[in-house]
Design a protein around this ligand. Sequence first.
Ligand code: SF4
Ligand code: SF4
Length: 63
Amino acid sequence: MNQQYTHYEIDKDKCVGCQLCAQNCPVNVISGEPSKTHVIDQSGCIKCGVCFDVCPHDAVKRS
Ligand code: SF4
Ligand code: SF4
């Protein structure tokens, strides 16, 4: 079963600002200062799921 996710969002209560997602996003749409909550620019996100896969803190929510 292959569900198509259409929305990726970072949970500000879980994100520790490790920057892994930003470093791995293929289209560079995740921004944030080190150790601070990161944010996804929804207009540029191509829903590839990399941020979800690399986040060590389970802070990326998808739906
Ligand atoms: S990988 Fe997870 S914890 Fe790290 S900055 Fe991204 S969302 Fe936050
Ligand atoms: S789903 Fe892909 S394109 Fe969208 S923010 Fe995450 S890594 Fe970047």
